[in-house]
Design a protein around this ligand. Structure first.
Ligand SMILES: Cc1ncc(COP(=O)(O)O)c(C=O)c1O
Length: 397
């Protein structure tokens, strides 16, 4: 008998983690799998950050931290927001958590009531609708296809807002599409939001430093909605620190206080040693961030060129993050032997089992006609993977 709570029964498991697991199983059997399913930089954490963590251990920086994080880290974040984003926050407006993932979830938990609607543009990061469901809210999916570079328009946003709308979750640069909203596009969305002051924006900017078309733009910059925006960011992607688990929110003090209350009963402050590492990331040299960004840009150019050469793929040019999200519905209905491809998840499984390349089907990103490929891997792997994908797809008739 299923004795789990309704809340847990409603929750879907993470498709990205499931694909990684499947590809690890094949690897364990000795199959040479190229993994394009992971959502993390393949670089190591820069040395000066590791040194700061080692020193923290030696200095016995090992006690419970304040729930929102040590003031030194929060001050470093305040300075980062001022210097990089031109945004003014006080230290009381920052709350750190165990990664940006917890920061998003904390904010949803703090804001969303039973039955509240949360607008989630699709394609979306897999966790957003699930987190909304955890909070007993209703995800309202607004779809933006490849023809609009996977970005919603102000008209679409306006049409989705109802009296029950509590929040919009905006991810730019985006996982899974790599799309980036320009300042003008954000201004268009802000103009709509300004007319609906009951709607908050959870702005997930975790890929801020991985952009290919100039400086990152935050939707928090528009004064007419600034007090309704909660920025989510962290060190995971920019500083190759996914395992250190430090994220943060910056937003109105009343929301930050609520998040602190929640976190105080739930997980307490994040790891003390990781906080020292994150502080070093924000206050130290930014040169490694730029080096990694350049490597991602080179790989972006490479994978886009190769993907455009694959018959049947429709490809956008990602302006940020490290994902390509080709539309591949031209293969649906085709077969190879006794294998029929009905959807993108079938195609991802086919590419794994026949081409030995792990990608993630688009269904769990709200885009069942696409697959996600992460290019956070070597140039050599990208070339080999795209060659294998091309060969495997050519077998489909
Ligand atoms: C859009 C998006 N937001 C948040 C996160 C989570 O970041 P963190 O590792 O800091 O929890 C990810 C990680 O994949 C992501 O892709």
């Amino acid at each position: 008998m299923n004795q789990l709570s309704d809340r847990l029964n409603r929750l879907s498991p993470s498709a990205t983690l499931a694909m990684s697991q499947k590809s690890n199983e094949l690897k364990a059997q000795g199959v040479d799998v190229i993994n394009l399913s992971v959502g993390e930089p393949d670089f190591n954490t820069p040395d000066h950050i590791k040194e700061a963590a080692k020193k923290a251990v030696d200095d016995n920086f090992s006690r419970y931290s304040p729930v929102p994080g040590y003031p030194a880290l929060r001050n470093a974040i305040v300075a980062k927001l001022k210097n990089e984003n031109g945004l003014d926050y006080t230290v009381a407006q920052i709350s750190c958590a165990n990664g940006a993932k917890q920061s998003v979830c904390n904010t949803i938990m703090a804001l969303v009531n039973d039955g509240d609607e949360v607008i989630v543009p699709a394609p979306y990061w897999v966790s957003y609708p699930e987190m909304v469901k955890l909070a007993d809210g209703t995800p309202v999916i607004v779809t933006a296809g490849i023809d609009q570079d996977f970005k919603i328009t102000p008209a679409q946003l306006e049409a989705a807002i109802t009296p029950k709308t509590k929040a919009l979750i905006l991810c730019s640069p985006s996982n899974p599409t790599g799309s980036v909203y320009t300042k003008e596009e954000l201004a268009g969305l802000a103009a709509v939001l300004a007319k609906h002051p009951q709607v908050y924006v959870i702005a997930d900017e975790i890929y801020e430093h991985i952009t290919y078309n100039g400086k990152h733009e935050s939707i928090a910059q528009f004064p007419e909605i600034h007090d309704n925006v909660i920025i989510v960011n962290g060190v995971s992607k920019a500083y190759a620190m996914t395992g250190w688990r430090i994220g943060f929110i910056a937003g109105p003090e009343w929301i930050v206080k609520a998040v602190n209350k929640l976190q105080g009963q739930y997980t307490s402050g994040p790891c003390s040693v990781s906080q020292k590492a994150a502080e070093a990331a924000y206050t130290g040299t930014q040169a490694p961030v730029e080096e990694m960004r350049q490597a991602f840009q080179r790989r972006r150019d490479l994978i886009v060129k190769l993907a455009k050469g694959i018959p049947g793929f429709e490809v956008n040019i990602p302006q940020g993050a490290f994902y390509l999200f080709p539309k591949c519905d031209s293969f649906f209905g085709k077969s190879a032997g006794d294998r029929k491809i009905n959807n993108a998840d079938d195609l991802a499984m086919y590419l794994l089992e026949v081409g030995h390349v792990a990608c993630v089907g688009g269904t769990s990103f709200g885009s069942p006609e696409c697959i996600r490929m992460s290019y956070a891997t070597s140039d050599e792997n990208i070339v080999k993977a795209m060659c294998r994908i091309n060969e495997a797809l050519a077998l489909l008739k």
